[in-house]
Design a protein around this ligand. Structure first.
Ligand SMILES: Nc1nc2[nH]cnc2c(=O)[nH]1
Ligand SMILES: [Zn+2]
Length: 447
C-alpha cells in the first residue's frame, strides 16, 4: 500500500542521536520515509532505492530526490520571549535589571492591546519558523487574552511550542503587575485553555508554568504555581542566575534559602519538567541539584553577551550530568536565529579555552545542543530532535547552493565542510522547507 507514505525523500541527512560526539551522523544519499501521520517511518543509508522500496513498500517514482541538499532536524529554541520580538536588535546598552525596567516592561505592558499582540506575535512566529525553529518554548506576557491569542497564532502557523502566561506579582512597575490571586486564576484558565485545544500527543501547543524569575514572584505566588504544575502535570520555565546583581537580589529576598536553585526547589518548581534559562552563576552544588532533579538549562549565549551577563560553561554543566539546550532569549539576544545561538555557544565555550587546554564545544556539538539537546530539555526526546523512526517529522530541507545565498561552496569541499559552512554562515535564504509533524509550514519553497 503506497498511500501510507506522505513523502519519501533522498538527500544528505545530518543529525545527532545524542550529544555524544560519536552520535553525529552525516549520510550521503540517505532516504527518509514520512508516514501519512507525519512521523518518520524509516531511514535508509547506503542501500539502493530498489531494495529499500521492496522492504518498505513504496514505489521508486515516489522518491523526491533532493540532490545535494541537506535534510536536518528542525531547530529547538528552548527559551524566547514572543512579545520582545518587536524590539529585537535594539536596547543593547544596558545590563539585565536596568534593561528590564527601561525597555522590556514598557513593551510587554502594551500586549494588553490585542491588536498589537496579533500583529507582533504573527511576525514573531513567522520569523522564527522561516529561520528553521520547529519548536519554540515561549514566554508571553502577564495578559491572559493576548497569551491565548499567541497559542492560536502558533497553531495556525503550525509550529510546535510551549507557551507560558507570565506571572509577576512583586517588584514590577504599576503598569505591568498583577495580584497574586489573579495571576494564579489566569494561569489555571490558560492551562485549561491550552489542554482543551487538542488531544494529548496531537496538540502542537503545551502550556508551561512561567514565574518570570524569583524577584518578580512572591513566595505565595511561587507556591501556588508549584501546586498548579503538579496538579496539571505541566512543565515549568523560569530564569536563574543570569546576572550578578540579580543573584545578589535573590539572596537578599530569600535569606532563608541556601541558593537561587534552592528557592525554586523549595517552591516545587525544580523537577524533570523544568527549563531554567541561563544559569551562568550556578555553583557546582546547584548544578548537582539540577542533575538530581532532572531539570534542564536553556543556554542563551547571544543574550549573555548582549546583556553582558556572563559566560555559561556548558562543558561543566554537561560533565555534571545536567540536560542542556540552546535558546535565543529574544530580545535579550539580538537575533531570533537559532543558527546564531549555535555560533555564540561555540564562542562562549571558546572563552574558557583562552590560553589553556579546554575541550570547548565545537560546531557538531553545538548543532546537537540545538536539536537533541533541546528536545531532551523540553521532555520531547521521544518525539523530536532527530530522525529516529517513530518520531515526528520536524525537519528542514537546506540548500547550501542557493542562488544569492550567504556563502559560496567550492568544488573541492566535502559534504561535511559544506554543512559546517551552513552552520557557521547559513540563514533563511538556505532554508527551502520547514516541516512540523510532516506538514510544510515555512521556507522559501512555501509561498
Ligand atoms: N534575559 C531575560 N532575563 C530575564 N529575567 C527576568 N525577565 C527576563 C527577561 O525578559 N529576559
Ligand atoms: Zn529570557
Amino acid at each position: 500500500d503506497f498511500s501510507v507514505y506522505n513523502a519519501i525523500m533522498k538527500g544528505t541527512l545530518v543529525h545527532c542521536l545524542s550529544l555524544h560526539k560519536d552520535d553525529f551522523q552525516l549520510w550521503n544519499d540517505a532516504i527518509v520515509g514520512v508516514s501519512e501521520k507525519g512521523t518518520i517511518s524509516f531511514v535508509g543509508n547506503g542501500c539502493d532505492v530498489k531494495t529499500l522500496s521492496e522492504v518498505y513498500g513504496f514505489s521508486v517514482d515516489q522518491v523526491t530526490n533532493l540532490g545535494r541538499k541537506f535534510l536536518i532536524p528542525g531547530l529547538i529554541d528552548t527559551h524566547l520571549h514572543a512579545p520582545q520580538y518587536a524590539f529585537t536588535g535594539t536596547g543593547t546598552d544596558l545590563p539585565l535589571l536596568e534593561w528590564l525596567n527601561r525597555y522590556t516592561f514598557p513593551i510587554e505592558s502594551k500586549y494588553a492591546d490585542l491588536q498589537i499582540a496579533e500583529h507582533a506575535y504573527t511576525k514573531a512566529v513567522k520569523r522564527v519558523l522561516s529561520l528553521g525553529t520547529t519548536t519554540g518554548c515561549y514566554y508571553a506576557t502577564i495578559h491572559l487574552p493576548a497569551t491565548k491569542l499567541l497559542v492560536q497564532i502558533i497553531n495556525q502557523l503550525g509550529q510546535r511550542a510551549y507557551v507560558g502566561k507570565v506571572n509577576m506579582d512583586r517588584n514590577s512597575p504599576e503598569t505591568y503587575v498583577e495580584s497574586t490571586e489573579n495571576s494564579l486564576k489566569d494561569t489555571e484558565e490558560f492551562i485549561q485553555y491550552c489542554l482543551a485545544s487538542g488531544e494529548e500527543g496531537k496538540r502542537l501547543v503545551t502550556p508551561i508554568i512561567t514565574p518570570r524569575f524569583v524577584p518578580s514572584c512572591t513566595t505565595e505566588l511561587m507556591t501556588g504555581l508549584g501546586r498548579l504544575a503538579a496538579q496539571y502535570n505541566v512543565p515549568i520555565q523560569s530564569h536563574i542566575s543570569e546576572n550578578c546583581d540579580e543573584v545578589k537580589w535573590v539572596k537578599d529576598l530569600h535569606p532563608e534559602c541556601e541558593s537561587y536553585t534552592d528557592v525554586y526547589e523549595k517552591h516545587n518548581l525544580l523537577n524533570e519538567k523544568s527549563v531554567m534559562a541561563h544559569g551562568v552563576y550556578l555553583k557546582d552544588e546547584e548544578l548537582q541539584k539540577f542533575a538530581d532533579a532532572g531539570a534542564g538549562i536553556s543556554h542563551c549565549p547571544t543574550s549573555n553577551f548582549q546583556l553582558a551577563s556572563g559566560v555559561f560553561n556548558v562543558r561543566n554543566a554537561l560533565d555534571k550530568g545536567v540536560k542542556v539546550g540552546l535558546g535565543t532569549d529574544v530580545a535579550g539576544g539580538y537575533s531570533s536565529s537559532m543558527w546564531e545561538s549555535i555560533r555564540q555557544a561555540m564562542n562562549a565555550s571558546n572563552t574558557f579555552r583562552f590560553g589553556r587546554e579546554f575541550n570547548s564545544v565545537g560546531y557538531r556539538e553545538a548543532f546537537a545542543l540545538a536539536t537533541v539537546g533541546g528536545a531532551e530539555v523540553l521532555g520531547l526526546g521521544e518525539r523530536v530532535g532527530n530522525f529516529w523512526p517513530g518520531k515526528e517529522f520536524d525537519a528542514l530541507i537546506v540548500d547550501p547552493f542557493v542562488e544569492g545565498g550567504p556563502f559560496d561552496v567550492f568544488e573541492w569541499e566535502n559534504e561535511e565542510q559544506i554543512f559546517e559552512k551552513m552552520v557557521m554562515m547559513g540563514d533563511d535564504r538556505n532554508i527551502e522547507s520547514v516541516f512540523v509533524g510532516g506538514k510544510l509550514v515555512a521556507g522559501t519553497s512555501k509561498v
